[in-house]
Design a protein around this ligand. Structure first.
Ligand SMILES: NC(=O)c1ccc[n+]([C@@H]2O[C@H](COP(=O)([O-])OP(=O)(O)OC[C@H]3O[C@@H](n4cnc5c(N)ncnc54)[C@H](OP(=O)(O)O)[C@@H]3O)[C@@H](O)[C@H]2O)c1
Length: 291
């Protein structure tokens, strides 16, 4: 297949390009500055004839969005609409990446695709507006909601914790936000598999299992520098500008039903990531207890 990837030099976009090419697809890749998704005319002119467009382009600074609402909506809502409109007119199916942050996270059971979104920060609101804009364009779409990404080609929690583990003897990490940390290579493989299906709609894709950021940091430390003390702190202690959902776990039953497989566990994703970064030998240690 010929696959056009937008946001192709971002953390997910880079892995997706690699995975698609390894699977034998031809990829056409765009990112800033050569293609700005907020430029409707440019988007229409640039998207070539192809089998799929995958939109990984986004404004992803969750805290920054609180004070840059217009920028976040321009990329995550208007940009998504521009891409969906061009795809609908050219009759190209669109696979778009969205987020768990469309949910408020106030309950304690995983969120299914049909659960009511209720974002509690600007980033989540802008991504939800993007989902609605895509649906309104009337073309074929797949919206993949995912969460807590870490990969080799971008800033992420794992990199930040590894740096802090080298600098400090104790760390405070938030314990009151639960998520499914997802390795971008695993997500990219899942996205590639969805391109073979005859499915239209929203689908949740993230790692199996769930943990707090505190638990995740302990697992990283167990592999990288176990002597560092990791202490639980609350979101209020951390004082970030954007609120985060306390329990943002995505239910993956639809993904398993459609593909016949489960996503790898977050602990496996972490081991593979650390191995790829050369921080863990191929036969790494086991980390902490299963979580
Ligand atoms: N990271 C996470 O934990 C997470 C969680 C849930 C969902 N997601 C979603 O997953 C997708 C990929 O995220 P990611 O972590 O790979 O993000 P990323 O590394 O920030 O990649 C996004 C890419 O989009 C580009 N971009 C920004 N504004 C653009 C514009 N106006 N036109 C074209 N390209 C533009 C960025 O370029 P610059 O770097 O130059 O700005 C970057 O290369 C996004 O849709 C995001 O909302 C991410």
């Amino acid at each position: 297949m010929k696959i056009t990837i937008l946001g192709a030099r971002g953390m997910l976009g880079r892995d997706l390009g690699d995975i698609c090419r390894a699977a034998g697809h031809e990829t056409v890749e765009y990112d800033l500055p050569e293609l700005d998704v907020t430029d409707a005319v440019g988007v229409f002119r640039t998207i070539p004839e192809c089998d799929w467009v995958v939109n990984c382009a986004a404004y992803t600074d969750v805290d920054g969005a609180q004070s840059h609402r217009e920028e976040a909506f321009a990329v995550n809502c208007d940009g998504a609409r521009n891409v969906a409109r061009a795809c609908a007119r050219k009759r190209i199916p669109l696979l778009h990446i969205s987020t768990d942050y469309v949910f408020n996270g106030y309950r304690n059971t995983p969120y299914a695709e049909n659960d009511e979104p209720d974002p509690i920060n600007i980033y989540g609101a802008s991504k939800l507006a993007g989902e609605k804009a895509i649906k309104a364009e009337g073309g074929r779409y797949v919206i993949v909601r995912t969460q807590a990404l870490f990969g080799r080609h971008g800033h992420n929690f794992v990199k930040a914790i590894i740096r802090l583990l080298q600098e400090k003897d104790s760390l405070g990490v938030v314990v009151d936000q639960v998520t499914c940390p997802t390795y971008t290579r695993h997500l990219a493989e899942a996205v590639e598999s969805l391109l073979h299906l005859d499915f239209t709609g929203v689908i949740h894709v993230s790692a199996e299992g769930e943990c707090s950021w505190y638990r995740f940091a302990r697992e990283i430390a167990a592999h990288v520098r176990p002597s560092v003390e990791i202490n639980p702190i609350t979101s209020v202690d951390l004082g970030r500008p954007a609120r985060r959902p306390p329990y943002a776990v995505l239910d993956k039953k639809r993904f398993t039903l459609l593909t016949g497989r489960k996503m790898p566990h977050w602990q496996q994703g972490l081991v593979e990531y650390l191995q790829e970064e050369g921080l863990l030998p191929a036969e790494g240690r086991q980390g902490e207890e299963n979580g």
